[in-house]
Design a protein around this ligand. Structure first.
Ligand code: PLP
Length: 269
């Protein structure tokens, strides 16, 4: 139902994230998601990664001022309805992106990417403080998984009660709305949304697959696209949850490691 929205393209999303040469996560996931949902995707690349389904082999970050140059070039001409951030890597890039979000006053979906599934560091340790101090206050919707929520708020986050507490704490730290994603829990895939002071639970069955590369990026990009298309927050997150669930159900067994989620099939169904 997602790809029959007309007229196309509807909703402009500027994704500020890292490139995944394997095509399943990062900027590539964001652009595929936004495009397949009928939106217009632009990008500011924070870092190149050399990676495949087996993991990240190398990272080549962009200078922070060149990240800003990409953001300015897009926003001063094409414009955007929402921003989406992913891998920001260094404290300099985090701070520069936070300043840009404030300057352009656009709603930003912030996926606080820290570590790849294979273990590679996508956010330097020294940048965590910059995320807390500089980025959270500029965040419209923060989308941490459980380890990211724990790192950012310093609380244990291992069950639904703790997810609700973490969402509240991250809101107090500056994020306007918070979606804590429970994919790392056992059992059903339950996410907790704290929006305008109210807690909502989003549920989906657990899907048994090793092909989950790009889940976080894709979920946040779908929400950013639905917001850009004018959906209210609760509906955008609900539609994003359906999209990512379908993308995992139909994930692609490419390579010999963790294959990518299926953006195309999720948008088609
Ligand atoms: N590479 C880049 C550039 C990313 O932005 C991300 C996701 O956030 C990843 C890799 C990690 O993807 P995953 O942990 O889903 O394998």
């Amino acid at each position: 139902q997602f790809n029959r929205r007309k007229p196309f393209p509807r909703g402009r999303v500027l994704s500020i994230a890292g490139s995944d040469s394997g095509g399943g996560a990062g900027i590539q996931a964001d652009l595929k998601t936004t495009t397949l949902l009928g939106g217009y995707g632009a990008c500011a690349i924070t870092a190149l990664t050399a990676q495949n389904t087996l993991g990240v082999r190398g990272i080549h970050p962009a200078p922070a001022d060149f990240v800003v140059e990409q953001i300015s070039a897009v926003l001063e001409d094409i414009g955007a309805d929402t921003l989406k951030t992913g891998m920001l890597f260094s404290p300099e890039i985090v701070s520069a992106v936070a300043d840009a979000i404030r300057q352009y006053t656009l709603p930003a979906v912030v996926d606080p990417v820290m570590v790849a599934k294979g273990g590679a560091t996508l956010l330097e340790q020294a940048a965590v403080e910059a995320v807390r101090e500089r980025l959270l206050p500029e965040t419209y919707l923060l989308t941490p998984n459980l380890p990211e929520a724990e790192t950012l708020c310093g609380l244990a986050v291992r069950n639904v009660d703790e997810m609700e507490r973490a969402a509240q704490r991250l809101h107090e730290m500056g994020a306007r709305h918070v979606l804590v994603k429970g994919g790392h829990l056992e059992g059903e895939a339950l996410d907790v949304l704290l929006a305008d002071g109210e807690i909502h639970h989003l549920r989906a069955p657990r899907i048994d697959t090793r092909n989950t590369h790009g889940t976080g990026c894709t979920y946040a990009a779908a929400i950013a696209t639905f917001l850009a298309q004018g959906l209210p927050l609760g509906e955008a997150v609900g539609a994003g949850k359906k999209f990512i669930t379908r993308a995992i159900e139909t994930a692609i067994p490419l390579g010999s490691g963790h294959g990518p989620v299926n953006h195309w099939q999720a948008a088609w169904d």
